[in-house]
Design a protein around this ligand. Structure first.
Ligand SMILES: Nc1ncnc2c1ncn2[C@@H]1O[C@H](COP(=O)(O)OP(=O)(O)OP(=O)(O)O)[C@@H](O)[C@H]1O
Ligand SMILES: [Mg+2]
Length: 256
């Protein structure tokens, strides 16, 4: 894990009127790292993701991805050219398609112009789809969705849909994924599956992660390093051990 960080953000600022949602925050994610981003409600975590991922323009600051300055790039361009993907707090899947189809289509996102190539006739298209199916099945197994892989995504539970969304993000071979509360509102059994899927993608495919999560047990378990925001500012940064022992973090977030 040497060399340039995969993501390097410096002096990020984003205000909404008088609210300084993100106030001069600098943060990096090392290549191959799973990094946590935590903090109280309204501390600016999602806004930080909005600015980093190109959804919103920050008023100041620079964003570098894999050594390249991508400040001001759109969400689409960052996803397609930068291979940095983000999830949202709200889950979105193709409800009418089955689990496997959801993943295969996600795998086509940046390589072919549209659905025609997915279902297009010809040996190349068929071989490509078969390779995507193989990859999809690997993620489906890890995510614990094997038994429901031919069911429409819309018929599955909210937690299972979160897992589909997560597995779909792995299909286009991203370098870095920003996850916004991937465990929120799902039961402990499925939380385990999300954790396993993150570990698998990280270890087998070298995907780096920045994860916003309120479940502190999970964050301290999977992350090598954690950054804490409070009222838009960076309050602390360190190993899980350092963070849970940090008095300022305990007072602002962990309950004394
Ligand atoms: N689009 C917006 N318009 C106005 N204010 C906003 C907007 N987005 C965020 N804010 C404000 O910015 C601050 C940071 O919000 P943000 O959603 O980034 O926090 P968060 O750390 O993700 O919180 P949570 O843990 O509840 O998801 C809050 O005061 C919020 O009300
Ligand atoms: Mg949020």
């Amino acid at each position: 894990m040497t060399g340039l960080p995969i993501l390097e953000i410096s002096g990020l600022n984003k205000s909404y009127g008088a609210v300084r949602a993100v106030d001069d925050v600098s943060l990096h994610v090392n290549r191959g790292e799973i990094c946590g981003l935590i903090g109280p409600n309204g501390s600016g975590k999602s806004t930080f993701f909005d600015c980093a991922s190109g959804l919103t323009k920050p008023q100041a600051g620079t964003v570098k991805l894999d050594g390249q300055d991508i400040t001001g790039w759109s969400l689409n361009r960052i996803a397609r050219e930068g291979r940095m993907l983000r999830s949202f707090q709200k889950t979105v899947v193709f409800s009418a398609l089955d689990v496997e189809e959801n993943l295969v289509i996600a795998g086509q996102m940046f390589t072919f112009p549209g659905l025609w190539s997915t279902f297009g006739i010809g040996a190349m298209a068929r071989a490509r789809v078969e390779a995507l199916r193989e990859r999809a099945r690997e993620f489906i197994k890890i995510a614990g969705l094997w038994d429901v892989r031919h069911q429409p995504a819309g018929k599955l539970s909210g937690g299972q849909q979160k897992l589909i969304q997560f597995a779909s993000m792995l299909m286009p071979e991203p370098k870095l994924i920003l996850l916004d509360e991937p465990m929120a509102g799902i039961n402990p059994k499925l939380i385990e599956r999300v954790v396993e899927s993150i570990r698998f993608a990280n270890q087998k495919f070298g995907v780096s992660f920045l994860v916003i999560e309120h479940n502190i047990d999970v964050v301290t378990d999977i992350c090598e390093r954690i950054v804490v925001l409070d009222q838009g500012r960076k309050l602390a940064e360190g190993t899980p051990d350092e963070i849970v022992r940090n008095q300022a973090v305990r007072e602002a977030y962990l309950g004394g």
